[in-house]
Design a protein around this ligand. Structure first.
Ligand SMILES: [Zn+2]
Ligand SMILES: [Zn+2]
Length: 257
């Protein structure tokens, strides 16, 4: 089944998914609208380690972040907290810096102080950074994931696809794609095929859970030869939330947990 069709089916069972899908659409629109070439990092060459330091967030990030906050609030998803946060430009910049540096303290304290869901806070403030991360991913195609994390943006890699008998991990945030071994746990590095498990959905074997017996980590995987190219990892993630529920029943955890 195609991801879009799966999402429609899942949404009938779980109306809360409509909010996640609305956020996904807002993000896609915001990312499509950004003119990457006008931003300072787009003109630079070199390794991604330098790019992160040279993003020059202060010159562009607060305005884009405030704009996206406004779009989310206008959609009625969160109003008061985001309205307060977007007024505070130095806090907005601090959030952007915290996200590029993967430091959790600022996010945790802001979520607490403004009584906003931490996942929503992260979602809103990481969105303006996506074109920058995508640019970095393009310039660092040969980077390899380390300890289950995306080497570009640092997010745990929790999605996989199979295509032409090859396996790739997808980054949910920056969209980077990494060719990895068929038998390999992204969390602990286990390569013993006897200690790696697969749970296929009975009616839809094109969707599965890949998991590791050693560290109990799972990722969700899809067969691109059947469902077509997964262009939007976030759609993949939301349209397969039933697989997460299944994995939780088996006491499995995502990388990064
Ligand atoms: Zn990434
Ligand atoms: Zn493992």
């Amino acid at each position: 089944m195609k991801l879009e069709d799966r999402l429609v089916t899942l949404q009938k069972q779980n109306p809360k998914l409509a909010v996640l899908d609305a956020l996904r659409r807002l993000r896609a629109a915001s990312v499509a609208e950004q003119e990457v070439n006008s931003l300072p990092f787009a003109r630079k060459n070199g390794r991604h380690a330098n790019f992160l330091a040279e993003l020059e967030l202060e010159s562009w990030y607060p305005a884009l972040a405030a704009k996206f906050c406004g779009a989310v609030a206008a959609a009625g998803i969160e109003n008061d907290a985001l309205r307060e946060i977007r007024k505070n430009k130095s806090l907005v910049l601090e959030l952007g810096r915290a996200i590029t540096q993967n430091s959790v303290g600022t996010l945790d304290s802001t979520a607490k102080n403004f009584k906003i869901d931490r996942a929503l806070l992260l979602f809103v403030f990481e969105t303006p950074l996506i074109p920058a991360f995508k640019e970095i991913a393009l310039k660092n195609k040969n980077a390899l994931p380390k300890e289950g994390k995306c080497p570009v943006c640092g997010r745990p890699l929790s999605l996989g696809v199979y295509k032409d008998r090859k396996r790739y991990l997808l980054c949910k945030l920056c969209g980077a794609r990494y060719h990895v071994d068929l038998f390999w746990c992204p969390k602990c590095g286990n390569r013993d095929a006897g200690k790696l498990g697969f749970i296929f959905l009975e009616d839809e074997p094109e969707f599965r859970i890949d998991y590791c017996f050693l560290c109990n980590t799972y990722i969700k995987a899809a067969d691109e030869d059947i469902i077509g190219a997964v262009d939007d990892p976030l759609l993949f993630d939301i349209a397969t939330l039933d697989l997460d529920a299944l994995a939780r029943e088996k006491k499995l955890n995502l990388p990064g947990e």
